[in-house]
Design a protein around this ligand. Sequence first.
Ligand SMILES: Cc1cc2nc3c(=O)[nH]c(=O)nc-3n(C[C@H](O)[C@H](O)[C@H](O)COP(=O)(O)OP(=O)(O)OC[C@H]3O[C@@H](n4cnc5c(N)ncnc54)[C@H](O)[C@@H]3O)c2cc1C
Length: 572
Amino acid sequence: STTFDHIIVGGGASGLVLAEKLSRNSILYAQFIGDPAVDWEFVTVPQTHVSNKVISLPRGKALGGTAAVNGMYFVRAASKEYDAWETLGNPGWNWNTVDANIKAIENFTPASSSDAATFHATDSLQNHGTTGPIHVTYSNYWEPISVVPAYFSAVNALGIPTNTQAAGGSTFGAWQAPCSIDAKNRSRSYAVNTFLPAAEKRQNLVVMTGSQVTKINLLSGASSSGNIRASGVQYIVNNATQNVNVTTTGNVILTAGTYQTPKLLELSGIGNSTVLKKFSITPRVDLPGVGENLQDHYAAFTTFQLKDGLGPEVGQVFLNSTFFVEQFQLYLTKREGPFASVPSTTVSMIPFQTFINATKLAGLKASLDNSLKAFENTPLEKVITLQRSFIEDPTIPQIEFVLAPMIQDPTVTPDPSKTYMSIAVVYMRPFARGNVHISSTNPLQNPLIDHNYLGITEFETGVMAEALRFITEKIATTKPLSDLIEKTLQPAPGFSDTVLQNYVQHNVVSSWHPCGSASMLPKDQGGVVDANLKVYGTENIRVADASMIPLEIGTHTMATVYANALHAADVI
Ligand SMILES: Cc1cc2nc3c(=O)[nH]c(=O)nc-3n(C[C@H](O)[C@H](O)[C@H](O)COP(=O)(O)OP(=O)(O)OC[C@H]3O[C@@H](n4cnc5c(N)ncnc54)[C@H](O)[C@@H]3O)c2cc1C
């Protein structure tokens, strides 16, 4: 049979969780995923405020989606950030729900007591689930071993406390990020080796690989409520030109990710009618929010050369082929070494007040408020106003520092005989909004993605520049970390605001957490789906991936996406 209760489009982080949970009770399911290649290899359009650069946007194509290729941090945002979704008009979408669902997914193993003591891998057990399918634990490779403890001492001295409850709803401070690593075999734990095997045992789930959905089939006419109804989807197998149809009596649920869910809606005639008409697509639902409110995290890097003799750093696996072979062998035989870990999990989550002096911050905020006037009387005004209020709350971090005992910046050429350290600055809640829309009616064409990075230019480059200054002039010069540093490679300390801002405007890259392009918001506020994840103007089209997140969270997105998919199964 090719008629199913529900069709899930996209076998990534959200899609596989949803497939497992929905297939417990209903009769038949089909699921479609991209082909076995690893990456969709998306890029932005030239970014006007980042010296017109085209910025790379990796997205996982295989089963497991982006969670098959990601950095495995398994972390939560601050509780107030989830409660904001409810404030924005989505009953039931709040910290309590997300936290309960993350705990239901998680099977947490604490760090060894020595790693906990030395490297602060210490989040308290009560904040974690211990019986869920996804295994979560800490990294256990810390070379060169002096860097992480020295970093904690330095930032503690500068007003960033160590947070031993970072998964408990308050993320401010310095802490180690647990990762979705199975402590028993030190390998990636994700929906493909947890949720999917459980679901595949059931006869009522059909998993289609090597196939790409090209369009949602819509019945002609509208129901008595005026809504349109999906009857199924069209897909192609292995890029063949011939379309195959599959039908549903229930829902078509889109979990194709932030860039491709809006693409499928638009190809099917659901979106801003002006955009659709440009491609001669007959609008079936005029929904201006589709592809808008696009948000992402972005990053710029500092790089330091360490003193000789501190020990190997993880970057040596890329620089020294002997070390690579040794360490890979170590992983294969003993599950130890850098390949058994994510060796850059030391983060600090901080509000602007921690690193920007009051006078400068007041000036930046005045500039921001001026820029935000552009959102007055637009659909996004309420979201932006709420987001603006977060800045005044020092318990809601805006910036993340990620310490890596290696070079993170691809523009730095390393000397293989030296060791390095870098601290990335990630801006987690930019105000500038981007958009993603189809580039053609050919479903095999990538969409046009404009993140509008640094779009609120004076404020956003200003806070990024101040963060870089804080790292180079304060963190790197504070003992005991300063004792380990030979020299700062970039950006050099002592630069003027203009030089630092120029550095930001040439070096910003994506930090890979896009969301918002099919936002769960009231329709007149730019929404695409309601709190039951139903696309406005439709009877049975739902969106359950990262694109429904209406306001970017101040953390890495995977655990939240998994949790949202569990909640999606309840509301669907
Ligand atoms: C390099 C990188 C590192 C990251 N590191 C972390 C991290 O350490 N921690 C963290 O929390 N988050 C991380 N993330 C983000 C995290 O992986 C994502 O937020 C999460 O995977 C999003 O889940 P999703 O279900 O929305 O989309 P995805 O996981 O991307 O799944 C979408 C799926 O849909 C499929 N698909 C798309 N279009 C179609 C179509 N037309 N037909 C059929 N199938 C289709 C895709 O192939 C894919 O399998 C990282 C992301 C990147 C890119």
